[in-house]
Ligand binder design. Structure first.
Ligand SMILES: *Cc1c(COP(=O)(O)O)cnc(C)c1O
Length: 353
């Protein structure tokens, strides 16, 4: 009998279903509308001569530029290997395995639960209500041993904003007890709803940001944690020694100059126009039951036969994200807004169904 090496693994890892990222699930297909990436890439020439050296622990120039961009001080920023690393660092720094909990609000981004599962941290899910808002009363009753609350705003995959008043109630109620994390991965698509201005007032507020979505740089893996200095100092204890590769830092620095930021803003307004036009077209089709309001670069669409539509588009080389198995999302597909031409193809196929 052969020895089962799996038996050596931690129990929670043996039982774990890993995150099914868009890239893990499918790498074929011509048109990718499944990972909420920006549909076109910018070219950056990398001519680096110092690749023999380890990078800075925290690249100062990037921090300074990001601080300028959002209007906070550099001491309140940590650069991470994408927002996903931010999610993990917070749990590593704040949660004792087996005893402490995180709280999440499904249907939402999958990495909160999976990261907790990997680290052996208890996960308390409290479903969003039928308007996809927080069930405040239930939340307040269940905060014992909760160290971190993760709110995705705007929420992925539902694309809506979480009511500002509810977040404020939570912030008031959790002071000195629980860290409230707002995942603002898509906030550039509705920037006036950012909670950055509350960092001064609430020292238990943490905001996650990324260059992966609006900045069109998912490939370089760069994100940010914004928080009070004391939280940033704690996180610096758990982050790896050289988290940001030299090429990443080089490109991020260019992407954060004034000119690039204003280009990013104009790309966003174009993309929002495409989204509005795309919604106005596809809501007319008989196969579509409902399109949910979007404040992001993707839309959640409920079809009458979601799985069939998903598979049919796949045979045409167009990949969506199937949300059918998520709580409350029967027959729902998440469609990333692509270029005008890509969206036109989707419309044409739906028309000919
Ligand atoms: C894409 C996404 C992330 C991950 O961002 P990276 O910076 O690429 O790691 C985090 N949160 C949400 C809600 C996302 O959709």
């Amino acid at each position: 009998m052969s020895f089962k090496i799996e038996k050596l693994a931690r129990n929670n890892i043996r039982n774990l279903n890993p995150y099914e990222s868009a890239r893990r699930l499918q790498s074929t297909g011509k048109i990718w509308m499944n990972a909420n990436e920006y549909p076109v890439s910018k070219d950056y020439l990398i001519n680096q001569k110092n690749l023999n050296r380890y990078p800075d622990f925290q690249p100062k120039k990037i921090i300074k530029k990001y601080a300028n961009y959002i209007g906070i001080i550099p001491e309140e920023i940590l650069v991470t290997r994408g927002a996903d690393e931010g999610i993990e660092l917070l749990m590593k720094a704040f949660c004792n395995p087996e005893t402490d909990s995180i709280m999440i609000f499904p249907p939402t981004y999958g990495m909160y639960k999976i990261t907790a599962d990997i680290l052996g941290i208890i996960n308390k899910p409290i479903s969003l209500n039928n308007k996809w808002q927080l069930n405040i009363k239930t939340i307040l009753k269940n905060l014992d041993n909760v160290k971190l609350i993760y709110i995705c705003n705007p929420n992925n995959p539902t694309a809506n904003l979480i009511q500002f008043q509810d977040i404020l109630i939570l912030l008031k109620y959790t002071e000195k007890k629980t860290i409230v994390v707002i995942d603002e991965a898509y906030i550039e698509f509705c920037i006036s709803f950012s909670l950055v201005k509350y960092l001064k007032k609430y020292h238990h507020l943490v905001i996650l940001r990324t260059l992966s979505k609006a900045f069109s740089l998912a490939g370089i893996r760069c994100g940010f944690i914004l928080a009070n200095k004391k939280i940033i100092n704690l996180l610096m204890k758990v982050i790896s020694p050289y988290p940001i590769p030299v090429p990443t830092s080089y490109i991020a620095e260019k992407a954060l100059c004034k000119r690039e930021i204003s280009l990013m803003k104009s790309r966003i307004s174009k993309l929002i126009n495409i989204r509005k036009w795309f919604i106005s077209k596809i809501k007319l089709f008989k196969s579509v039951e409902k399109i949910f309001e979007s404040n992001t670069n993707y839309i959640l669409v409920k079809f009458y036969e979601g799985n069939k539509i998903f598979e049919f588009f796949r045979t045409k080389g167009i990949i969506f994200r199937n949300q059918n198995q998520q709580i409350g999302l029967l027959n729902c597909l998440r469609i990333t807004i692509g270029t005008y031409e890509e969206c036109k193809k989707v419309i044409l196929i739906l028309k000919n169904l």
